[in-house]
Design a protein around this ligand. Structure first.
Ligand code: HEM
Length: 133
């Protein structure tokens, strides 16, 4: 079966929804149903996994969701760049044309900026975290 663009989008959107529900579900399980062990409360397990196990499942589901959303954004990149371009053109009253090469350059530049900011904030967190005395 050959997938056209609409079918690809539909399958990816359905996957995004399923993974999002998985992220929320495992977060709630790790928070309420299998909570962090506390003094005076018996530790709980669900289907063989303790709190740490569900926390890990939630972590990897979240990473998976990030990848699916990234692919979703890449598939809609033309829509996003045309939208931003139209708005800028309207504000500046310019008549420029945005070809697909320029769109790709802006897209790659935008992704690099997002990763630099996110990576920079992670580096700040890693430096700021201190062992508890
Ligand atoms: C659970 C997560 C998500 C689901 C289920 C979802 C679903 C959809 C659907 C059904 C469409 C229209 C059909 C298509 O062209 O694919 C769409 C379009 C779009 N989505 Fe998402 N989306 C999700 C997350 C996101 C996120 C997080 C962003 C941005 C950060 C985003 C940005 C867009 C854009 C820019 C479009 C194109 C807009 C348009 O064509 O009018 N989506 N999405």
């Amino acid at each position: 079966m050959k997938l056209n663009r609409a079918a690809t989008n539909f399958l990816l959107d359905a996957l995004a929804l399923i993974v999002l529900v998985g992220v929320l579900w495992t977060r709630i399980v790790a928070f309420w149903i299998v909570p962090l062990p506390a003094d005076g409360v018996a530790p709980v397990r669900l289907w063989g996994l303790n709190h740490r196990g569900w926390d890990l499942v939630n972590f990897w589901a979240t990473m998976g969701f990030a990848v699916v959303v990234l692919v979703h954004l890449i598939l809609h990149w033309t829509w996003i760049s045309q939208f931003v371009h139209q708005r800028i053109k309207r504000m500046t009253r310019s008549k420029g044309v945005l070809d697909s090469g320029t769109q790709t350059v802006y897209g790659v530049g935008f992704m690099i900026a997002v990763f630099v900011v996110a990576g920079g904030l992670l580096a700040v967190a890693a430096v700021a975290a201190k062992p508890v005395p």
